[in-house]
Every structure is written in C-alpha cells, then in structure tokens.
Design a protein around this ligand. Structure first.
Ligand code: FES
Ligand code: FES
Length: 161
C-alpha cells in the first residue's frame, strides 16, 4: 500500500510519497525534503535537537509520524529568516554566543521561537529555563543560551511580536 502526505513546509507545499506509515517528520524533513537544518540527536524525544513548529507549536519531530500531520504547517530553522534578515531569536543567539558546536542550536532556536509565541515575552529567566528544559546542550553552552534568550525576548518585545 502506498501512502502520501501533504505538508506546508516553510510556506512551500510538499507532497511526499511514503512506503508505509512509519517515517517520522524528522526523517521526512531531512531525507526526503533535504532540510537538514533540523538535527537528529537522540531520536527518542529526549534532547530537543529535532524541534520544529507544527501549526505554530513546538514538536519533537523525531517522535511525530509524518503521516499524522496531513495538511500541517511546519516551520523549520530554514524558514525563520526573512530574506537576508535573521529572525530576532537567530540574531540573539549569534550576538550572545548561544552555542558552541552548534548541533543543538536549530532546536534551541525553534524551541525559543515557539515558547515566546506560546507564553509571550514577559517571562523571567527561571521561567525561560523551565520552558526550555526539553532542549539539551551537550556542550553545556547554557550561559550563552540564557543570555541569548534574554536578548531575544527584548528584541521581540521591541518588534512587538
Ligand atoms: S532527536 Fe528528537 S528529541 Fe532528540
Ligand atoms: S552547542 Fe554543542 S550541543 Fe549545544
């Protein structure tokens, strides 16, 4: 039995044929669409490296079956910038050295974008740490990540988004 799933990824429509119902959203994004910015860390829902937005909400794409998301709007790290202009959260991570090796960074950034959408920008550092606790950094770059989150919050508040 052949299956297909239609997704809107970074504002572009894609229909992907699947051999069965098992491919995860992460594998479809990376291996079928070629969007390798979303990273595979643990592949079991424990690290957050694979975080994308599905209909605006944070999802661990390694745990999501692609077939379950027919018609969904997916945003990946590749879809955040507007032309040459980085998303404020991307700019804040760069400005504040919110990374070391960078492997967890796309997931950290997507998670931060999602959390500011969910919870607004009026959060204290402790609340942000709690809401980002699903995103692990093996390099331990948490000090920079924390600074980046604070800066991102200010940038988004100034932008009114
Ligand atoms: S790769 Fe999905 S949570 Fe680790
Ligand atoms: S920057 Fe290396 S895992 Fe986070």
């Amino acid at each position: 039995m052949s299956l297909s799933v239609s997704l809107k990824i970074n504002n572009q429509p894609h229909t992907v044929d699947l051999e069965d119902a098992r491919p995860t959203l992460l594998d479809v994004l990376r291996e079928r669409i070629g969007l390798t910015g979303t990273k595979k860390g643990c592949d079991r829902g424990q690290c957050g490296a694979c975080t994308v937005l599905v209909d605006g909400r944070r999802v661990n794409s390694c745990l999501a079956l692609a077939i379950s998301h027919e018609g969904a709007e997916i945003t990946t790290i590749e879809g955040l910038a507007e032309g040459d202009e980085l998303h404020p959260v991307q700019a804040a991570f760069i400005e504040n050295d919110g990374f070391q090796c960078g492997y967890c960074t796309p997931g950290q950034i997507m998670s931060a974008v999602g959390l500011f959408r969910e919870a607004g920008t009026d959060l204290d550092a402790e609340q942000m740490r709690e809401l980002m606790s699903g995103n692990l950094c093996r390099c331990g770059a948490y000090a920079g990540i924390s600074e980046a989150l604070g800066d991102a919050q200010k940038r988004l508040a100034e932008k009114g988004s």
